[in-house]
Design a protein around this ligand. Structure first.
Ligand code: AMP
Ligand code: GLY
Length: 424
């Protein structure tokens, strides 16, 4: 098979690494990829939202399957684009159509979906510019802290946890009246604050049946001890020690089954990954958010634990016979530590030479924001490299990944030395 992976981050590096090991692969392409993905396949300089460019390439190279990594092309309708063109319709796309992608593309849509299907989540109400006065009044009736969420995609910045009424009112006005997050905040979901421990559960579905993939925990804050600004994710571990079988059974019964069945009841076709961000509140799961893709860096911890062929599972999704496929997992623990550019998640510089990657012998190195210039690997993004160790124990995996993260060098490099140690 010829497969095209769409995306360029650490997640897509992990996909490419895993798929390159499949006996079913003839040619693997990554659009646009990064300096690391070229080790597993061929990078193609096409942007993830250039649907026409992707289509032309897919037809020219006789691609048999397109696997979409990030949310943006899904929310913008890449899958629908393929289905709407007679010459592309037969080529399976892994990732939902626009309607299903609304689970991530619109928080208001996802809250309504959960309410309709009885899926446990924080109580909420949505407001628009026209109902701003009602929104301000509603805030007065709510407990603190209170969570404000821009309805649309806001590059991970659209969620504000407000600790005072004044702050919440100011922010609600900024979002609705002053378009703080542009079009994304033309609707705002005001949501009850949930406290507990977060984790992510990943599901693969062909729209009929599903497989539950390994759970992971992600570390979102820039600073050690979970301090400072939110990032795309500074590290992850899988499995998650506190997500025992009893808890995961509750997740399946209360959340995964109603989600997959809810999509069917609502006539929403869905072929792809569902990433369920959860809060564990005293042993009970509540949905914080859905994403319509795998997580980054969670993928870099989840895929190394998959012993069997990922392409086989994806073919099950494409052909609608996922129920007949199976997979095996390593009992080992994966820990991922992300190296980021100095200044990230604020402004940062790119183009710094990266050295010593080859000194990492006992961990997997997944490139994220990197680019090769005349054979020299340089930084080209905020999150630069994800280092994953797979070991018998959580402690060993954490130690190995953290030590190997220290071996790679580039000017301004930053990483957290405490990823996962809270779970020991
Ligand atoms: P989201 O963009 O929905 O993933 O939200 C970003 C982060 O905000 C989540 O990972 C949580 O840490 C936090 N968050 C979102 N909603 C809530 C909530 N209702 N209660 C507590 N924390 C939340
Ligand atoms: N690591 C969180 C995300 O991928 O959205």
């Amino acid at each position: 098979m010829n497969i095209l992976i769409v995306g360029s981050g650490g997640r897509e590096s992990a996909f490419a690494w895993k798929m390159a090991q499949s006996p079913q692969i003839t040619q693997l392409y990554i659009a646009p990829g990064n300096a690391g993905t070229s080790r597993y396949g061929q990078n193609i300089p096409i942007k993830v939202t250039d649907f026409e460019g992707i289509a032309t390439f897919v037809l020219e190279q006789a691609i048999d399957m397109v696997v979409v990594g990030p949310e943006e092309p899904l929310v913008k309708g890449i899958h629908d684009y393929f289905l709407n063109r007679a010459d592309l319709r037969h080529i399976p796309v892994i990732g939902p159509q626009q309607q299903g992608a609304q689970l991530e593309g619109s928080k208001d849509f996802s809250k309504r979906f959960m309410a309709r299907h009885g899926i446990p989540t924080a109580a909420s109400q949505s407001f628009t510019r026209a109902t701003l006065p009602e929104g301000l009044a509603y805030l007065k009736t709510q407990k603190l802290p209170i969570v404000l969420k821009a309805d649309g995609l806001a590059a991970g910045k659209g969620v504000l946890i407000c600790t005072s009424l004044e702050e919440a009112q100011t922010e609600l006005k900024a979002m609705l009246a002053d378009a703080k997050f542009g079009e994304a905040s033309s609707t705002v979901v005001i949501e009850e604050h949930l406290s507990g421990i977060e984790l992510s559960v990943f599901v693969l579905t062909d729209g009929d049946t599903y497989k539950v993939l390994p759970a992971a925990k992600d570390y979102k804050r820039i600073g050690e001890g979970d301090t400072g600004l939110n990032t795309g994710g500074m590290g992850s571990v899988s499995p998650v020690p506190f997500a025992d079988n009893e808890f995961l059974d509750k997740v399946e019964e209360r959340i995964i089954i109603p989600t997959v069945e809810g999509l069917k009841k609502d006539n929403i076709p869905y072929k792809g990954f569902i990433f369920i961000g959860l809060m564990n509140m005293e042993g009970n799961p509540y949905v914080i958010e859905y994403n319509v893709r795998m997580g980054d860096p969670e993928t870099e911890s989840v895929l190394p634990r998959l012993e069997s062929d990922l392409v086989d599972l994806l073919q099950g999704v494409a052909q609608g016979n996922l129920v007949d496929r199976s997979f095996t997992l390593s009992p080992k623990t994966a820990a991922t530590v992300v190296l980021v550019a100095g200044g990230y998640p604020g402004p940062y510089e790119s183009g710094k030479v990266i050295s010593n990657i080859e000194s990492v012998k006992d961990s997997l190195v997944f490139h994220a924001g990197t680019a090769a210039e005349d054979g020299v690997v340089k930084t080209a993004g905020g999150r630069v490299i994800a280092v994953t160790a797979l070991e018998d124990t959580l402690f060993d995996a954490l130690q190995q990944a953290t030590a190997d993260a220290g071996r790679i060098y580039f000017e301004g490099k930053n990483f957290r030395r405490d990823i996962g140690f809270d779970l020991l």
